[in-house]
Design a protein around this ligand. Structure first.
Ligand code: SF4
Length: 490
């Protein structure tokens, strides 16, 4: 099926000069997808908030949800329907105990009712009240409309667009921003990599130091530190859970978890009882050259298996690509620098977040707009830059590392089998992580004077490639592996 040309449109993009915090790029949530799970979940929460503002929440007796475009085509595999139900139930993806998810969903399905906003119970038939429409809305490939009814009459409607990485926007909001020319209040507003580099040179600061100054304009130093370490702890716990969980992933593809066996083979008999003691134990393990690739792959697999099982992950910059950044940071901690601690972890996350925001402003982090180059490509670029700074790279080399990582992901398509975030997604995170390490090493060995492709150019090229890419390869499961491999045979 060929869709309209909406994907090539740029009107949905965030306006340049908007502040994007590192904490917008690295968000704690629930798998398997940031655009198809986290975004719709947040949209449902915002819909409830609108109903409260309009004093309608207590009056309505029915809610329905229309999913459009990619949210409809891959929504089942990406658990969009479940996310919408959880959001309407008033659950927060950042804090909901994972074990509660199944209980809430089963209750909605068996009773055919939902406790809206955790306040009022109304009837809800998940098979009829979540409507999968094949058509696309004009504004963005991921759209959903909520309709509230009273006595069979529609009394309130609201449409949201899930634009990638868990970001959700409304058409009116973007138009309003365009009119009011909102400017970023950061001391170092950054739209392009070249501007970031100029600040570094002028102030004689590293990239992480510039980003830290920007973050300080939004929150106190204690809060920044606390949140960065909370993000890292979530990543570490996610890897830990993934390495200690065996079995088959949900969804019907019969994909066997691999991190468990791989981890067992690598670690052997070791003594630990928590994510932190596990990390220390791995540091003590003698890692042979050929095992480095296995360890890094194991960390990435672990995260994305947790993600595929609707577990808690950090969106970095998306859920489908959530394994790259933790795996590369873990590589630094267990292979490169055993003395590294919180300082280096925070530095890494600050750089990674900023590189992600430059991609978001200059191109896209939505697979429905740009294919997998927008997910794995961007995450690899973020990780490469962050690793390069920790390994002593100059700001020029750090940006070069980001450029190299993306240069070798350009054109990467998104074609998940069965619409599930499993094949090729889980393995692809291992590739993104290994490429990131390679990109950082190459940049460290290169004189920036000899670099031919600036990061901004590769971001422009990625966006151009996204616009040229056939829509079959933009998270629709209508091309590539999704068509070549019959799910029934898996
Ligand atoms: S193929 Fe890539 S972009 Fe598509 S769902 Fe998988 S990880 Fe995300």
């Amino acid at each position: 099926m060929q869709h309209s040309t909406i994907f090539a449109d740029t009107k949905w993009k965030l306006k340049m000069e908007e502040c994007i915090s590192v904490f917008d790029m690295l968000k704690i949530g629930v798998g398997p997808s940031s655009s198809h799970t986290l975004g719709p979940w947040r949209a449902a929460e915002r819909f409830l908030s609108e109903l409260r503002t309009e004093n309608l929440l207590q009056q309505i007796d029915k809610v329905s949800v229309d999913l459009y475009g990619s949210l409809s085509l891959t929504g089942k595999g990406h658990a969009t329907d479940l996310a919408v139900m959880l959001g309407l139930s008033g659950q927060d993806p950042e804090y909901i105990p994972i074990e509660n998810i199944d209980v809430i969903i089963k209750s909605i399905q068996s009773k055919s009712e939902i406790k809206l906003g955790n306040e009022i119970t109304i009837s809800f038939d998940f098979a009829k009240d979540i409507i999968f429409n094949k058509n696309f809305l004009d504004y963005h490939a991921n759209a959903l409309t909520f309709t509230a009814q009273m006595n069979d009459k529609s009394i309130y409607k609201s449409t949201f667009y899930s634009i990638g990485g868990g970001f959700v926007v409304k058409e009116e909001r973007i138009n309003a921003k365009a009119k009011t020319q909102i400017k970023c209040a950061f001391p170092y507003p950054i739209d392009k990599a070249s501007e970031l580099l100029d600040y570094c040179k002028k102030e004689s600061k590293s990239i992480s130091e510039i980003v830290y100054e920007n973050e300080k304009s939004m929150r106190g130093e204690t809060a920044i530190s606390f949140e960065l370490i909370r993000i890292w702890s979530t990543m570490l716990e996610c890897m830990y859970i993934g390495c200690h969980s065996e079995g088959i992933l949900p969804g019907g593809l019969n994909v066997r978890r691999r991190a468990f066996d791989m981890h067992q083979n690598l670690i052997g008999l070791a003594n630990y009882n928590s994510p932190q003691t596990w990390l220390e134990e791995i540091r003590k393990t003698e890692v042979k050259f050929r095992q480095i690739l296995k360890w890094v792959s194991c960390f990435a697999l672990a995260v994305n298996e947790v993600n595929a099982a609707l577990g808690r992950v950090v969106t970095a910059p998306t859920n489908g690509s959530a394994g790259v950044i933790p795996a590369v940071l873990m590589y630094y901690l267990v292979i490169e620098n055993h003395a590294a601690g919180e300082k280096e972890i925070k530095q890494f996350l600050l750089v990674a977040g900023e590189i992600g925001s430059i991609f978001k402003k200059g191109s896209t982090i939505s697979a429905a707009m740009g294919g997998c180059q927008a997910e794995i490509g961007v995450s690899s670029s973020m990780a490469a830059a962050a690793l390069c700074e920790l390994m002593g790279g100059t700001p020029e080399q750090v940006l070069m590392a980001a450029e190299i990582a993306m240069e070798h992901h350009l054109g990467l398509t998104c074609d998940p089998i069965g619409g599930l975030v499993q094949i090729p997604c889980i393995e692809r995170n291992t590739m993104g992580a290994i490429k990131a390490i390679n990109a950082a090493e190459l940049a460290l060995e290169t004189d920036p004077k000899n670099a031919k492709v600036p990061l901004d150019k590769v971001i422009d090229t990625m966006w151009q490639t996204a616009k040229d890419m056939n829509n079959k390869y933009k998270e629709t499961s209508e091309g590539g592996l999704a068509i070549a491999v019959n799910m029934a045979d898996c």
